[in-house]
Design a protein around this ligand. Structure first.
Ligand SMILES: [Zn+2]
Length: 309
């Protein structure tokens, strides 16, 4: 079986409030800062509140979505008086935690998000990154309070648009269901456990543990589905069907109900067997996404360990 070794992973960053109304990350970061939790054994920990004005206003963002500002093109563009706040803040965060793609970048960046969808703990990766996938495998094997799943996006690094792409390795921790502006203890505990297990994994990795390979299950995006709309006004004409609501990660087969029109009829799923995610996510109404569709895949991981010189 293949083995892959990596340099020690000693610089870890935890970010919250990238979306200012997703409260688990906001309170997680504030608590870490209150406890001055800046080192655990071999791992230095930087905690960052990503978008303070949006947190103060309890809004997702002030001018533009911060978590879409981290492509190479957006990070390297000129800053002018017209540059939206989040783009300027994104460049600051890139200077502090990156620069993206450089040797100076933090070894691992975890960005904490909440979803209003019933997704429990979902780790999101841009690529089939062995470190991120091993941390996922570890968290999944240790966490008993909630299901742990992974969404692999497979975007080239230059096109990766979210904050965790600034680290050498990056994971978005998406946890729900939690309404925006609300903090729930059960959801907070899932976030805390995922972060603590990540630090525990990094410690073991740095101290020379070998993590055996094996198979993990993940989801990859196939597309997204918009709400039915009135062709004249563009207003939505349906809600998520009660049989789909809260059923993220449960297979959708052709003929399964997906929308209930306000006029009463049911709209059914057409096409292949697929897995819905972000079902009725509050923040995606503006993006014209009622839910995302994914397929389930199996990823075979090599064993990993620290590179010895
Ligand atoms: Zn978010």
């Amino acid at each position: 079986m293949e083995h892959v070794s990596f340099l020690p992973l000693s610089r870890f960053a935890v970010c919250g409030g990238t979306h200012g109304n997703e409260m688990s990350g906001v309170y997680m970061v504030r608590e870490m800062q209150r406890q001055k939790a800046d080192r655990t054994g071999s791992v230095s920990v930087t905690s960052v509140l990503s978008n303070p004005p949006a947190v103060d206003a309890c809004r997702r963002y002030m001018e533009t979505d911060l978590n879409r500002c981290f492509t190479d093109a957006l990070l390297s563009g000129p800053t002018t008086d017209d540059t939206p706040y989040e783009l300027r803040r994104g460049r600051e965060l890139n200077a502090q935690l990156g620069p993206k793609g450089s040797r100076e970048a933090v070894d691992l960046l975890c960005d904490i998000h909440n979803t209003t969808a019933n997704m429990a703990v979902c780790l999101i990766f841009y690529s089939f990154d062995w470190i991120a996938l091993h941390i996922y495998k570890y968290i999944q094997s240790k966490m008993t309070s909630a299901p742990v799943r992974a969404l692999c996006l497979n975007e080239p690094p230059s096109e990766a648009y979210s904050l965790e792409s600034v680290g050498k390795h990056g994971i978005a921790i998406e946890v729900g269901p939690q309404p925006t502006g609300v903090v729930r203890a059960d959801i907070f505990n899932m976030v805390k456990e995922a972060v603590d297990l990540t630090i525990e994994w990094l410690q073991k990795f740095n101290s020379g543990s070998t993590f055996e390979g094996g198979e993990v299950e993940a989801y990859t995006p196939v597309g997204s589905v918009d709400y039915p709309r009135d062709p004249t006004t563009g207003e939505i004409t349906a809600a998520i069907h009660p049989q789909l609501q809260d059923n993220d990660f449960k297979v959708l087969r052709p003929g399964d109900p997906v929308f209930q029109l306000f006029s009463g009829e049911t709209v059914k799923h057409e096409g292949d067997d697929l897995y819905p995610l972000f079902v009725n996510e509050c923040a995606y109404y503006e993006k014209k996404v009622a839910f995302k569709l994914t397929k389930k895949i199996t990823v075979t991981l090599p064993s990993v360990g620290v590179k010895k010189d």
